[in-house]
Design a protein around this ligand. Sequence first.
Ligand code: ATP
Length: 945
Amino acid sequence: MQKSSGDEAQQIKAFSQADIQEVYQQLGTSAQGLTSAEAKKREEKYGENVIQKKKQEPLILRFLKNFTSLMAILLWVGGAVAMFAGMMTMGIAIWLVNIINGIFSFWQEFQATKATDALSKMLPSYVRAMRDGKQQQILAQDVVPGDVIAFEEGDNVAADMRLISSTDLKADQAALTGESNPIAKSLKVDANTKGRYDENNILYAGTSISTGSGTGVVLSTGMNTEFGHIAQLTQSVKPKPSPLEKELDVLTRQISLLAITMGVLFFVAAIFIVHYPWAQAFIFALGMVVAFIPEGLLPTVTLSLAAATNRMAKKHALVKQLSSVETLGSTNVICSDKTGTLTQNQMTVQQLWLPKESLTVTGLGYSPDGQVQADGKQVEAKNDSDLNTLLTGAALDSNARVVAPTEKNPKYTVLGDPTEACLGVAAQKSGINLDDLHKQLPRVKEIPFDSDRKRMTTIQKVSDTERVAYIKGAPSEVLAVSTAYLKDGQVQPLSDELKNKIMAQNDSFAKEGLRVLGVGYRDIVKGKTDLPDSLDDYSIDNVEQQMVFVGLIAMSDPPRPEVAQAIKECHEASIKVIMVTGDYGLTAESISRKIGIIGPDEDCEVVTGPQLAKMNDKELKDALRGPIIFARMAPEQKYRIVNALQEMGNIVAVTGDGVNDAPALKKADIGIAMGKNGTDVAKEAANMILTDDNFASIVSAIEEGRTVYSNIQKFLLYILNSNAPEAAPSIAFLFSNGLIPLPLTVMQILSVDLGTDMLPALGLGTEQTEPGTMQKPPRSQKDHLISKGLVAKAFGWYGLVASLISLGAYFFVNHVRGGWPNVALAASGTPIYREATTMTLAAIVFCQIAAAINCRTKKISVFKIGLFSNKRVWEGIIFEICLIIALIYIPFLQGIFNTAPLQWNEWLFLICIPIPLVLIEELRKYFVRRHDARKKAEAIANKAA
Ligand code: ATP
């Protein structure tokens, strides 16, 4: 049974005040955690560690919402009016159509929700828990009370925990308290806590680690946590509408307004010109309203976004909100970090530099096979004290571990940061045994790495009175806190001259694209060194000073093989790529040139973090106009770059992985977090997660985004096409003063708009990416879904042709069956009239078949992409044909839709309609392509000149 929130708070307080051994006892656990068997039992007892989703709106309410849109209300009223006016069948038919339409929209929405739910399941979250005496990665949902969990900067806190150990720990408790400043946490038992969530030795589920690291024992999980109680109480926040949603909103309103205006005009005209009774005039006008409203628009948009999201997931890009897909399509700048995204994050130490000598390291990857060599001869650490200090320090100042191949996994795998893992490997190659080393010099304290300091320090125990602090980090940052250097085992003062020499060596490594770390140490002797007694009081400022510089370690991190091509595609698609890295400028520039972000001879400005800090906004914006690389950036500075780019009118995608990247990820139009190496905090702030951390996946996602937008336009073009031939008959009827009997009845208009048109339109929403999509610039922010070109094409070209053909078909039947020009013969209700209107209807349907094929591409020939390559369009077309046959031949439907069977020669005419329409459109596309090619050739010639 769930406890009340008050009980829970009391219990947390009791746990926070108790001695840690007492806590273990109460929870039936120890510092070694639980066994797997015990954890399983507890999971059965306490359930999964999940926050149950707030109850969703009942399905029935979600279902009913589909029947209350403006369009639906109009149809309800229209149906009712028809019934009252004695047109019972029409009334029922209108209502039926409304019901079918509602069910259809509901089904689409349901499918889309299913797609997003499936995506969220693809993002499991893991924790590092002690199970069976070993640290293991387990799913956060499998955590149970009594588990012992390790955490570090950027992790989400999976359950309420009492701290067992902590280093410089701060937690972001905003999810619980709204307080956005990180709260310091420590082991101290504080008897005087002021309020709820104040206990400083408790971490709460739903919060995250802002800095530091530690371990804790789980007190409660899932709905029994403090967060669980809050989750029960709070209302879920409604997400803000995306640009596409806003645009669709405007669009639907504009079109509805247009439709209603048309309706009113036709209503008035019907009363005054042909003197219809008001009820009949209303129904007549309603036909126009229905004709103009794009009923399937919203479901199609959702469906095509959902389909794109699925395709993107297969290409390693998980999108959290459907609408982000479309924003991706308009992205024109990508700010990407380097390590792991553009490069493989497969570090191998290649060179070592000590003040007395340079060394090379052989072997690739994380296998310890290889040697440290000087002039081709093997050097062992035991025979070279400086080398020994360099690699001992680097290996101890590391949290990563390399796991040797097993039968299941035949490769060396890295647990932790690859930059750190390769240091241990290099130490092994010099003959150092890592297990012995860790036993000899156990770690007593860590001052974690952070991207602002760009350094990390650990303190190892030498004896009861002696400690040694090892520092590693960006060479300039290590030098900044060093006062001496080591040569041949002797500590000597560090001169500016030597510092310059070290930095020159660093530059020469960096120019080769190598990533360089500096290493130093400091002896701490009780009584001699001026440091506090308690390790808890060892702070960054106390420890990271008076270091002895030892040497440089240069490692390679090859670019990902697919990145150069992806960058090329970005350039072709007029998308600017800006590298924003924490790494050194020369390394960044060298890699940028290797992968083609910067051309081989192109000038490029490299702006470093400190330089950026001195630039004002105008200078920054000016610099952003040319080729630029941002190096040695603090994550906070990314925010400023994104902001400046956005102010310049760009749509910006930004990658990030750390806690400090979160503001930039949120600010970006598309925040992209790394699925493998990203922190939970970054993943939460992002709109998209790359499951392979690979830049090339962003480019595929952008392509999908562009496709979605273009598919929505194809859909719109298709449904707007039928508006003109639907309206033309009524116009002919009104303007001939009723002389030409209405060539298309209201029910027939309904049958096209809500029947035959629907499925092919939806099929267009799932069209594959058109070749050449990434060879044009992103759409301008000023462009709208419905452009002038689209309207002109829909009404002035496809629509006009379809109107002429369908009216032609009407007169053709009148002529053949009744004798031209005496259309009056075909007065409403007569068999000839029914046959003639059936012909108008069928001709519109067959024109729409051609339109479905024509709308599939904008410029490319449909034969090139494969006439039958979109199955959904063809299923739609077959459905369309079956439906029109049913409407024409099933007696019951004949009655409702006022149709009559057609002659064989009329069918022959109908079947022939799409052929010239497709061929003429193909010809038009051919000329457009030729025109484009000529323009492109001219542009190239002009450029060359
Ligand atoms: P990117 O921002 O492109 O991912 P990056 O990994 O170099 O590049 P950061 O993680 O911010 O960016 O690292 C900045 C610098 O800090 C690195 O260039 C390196 O010199 C140093 N560094 C990186 N990782 C560590 C580490 N684990 N310990 C000590 N120093 C490190």
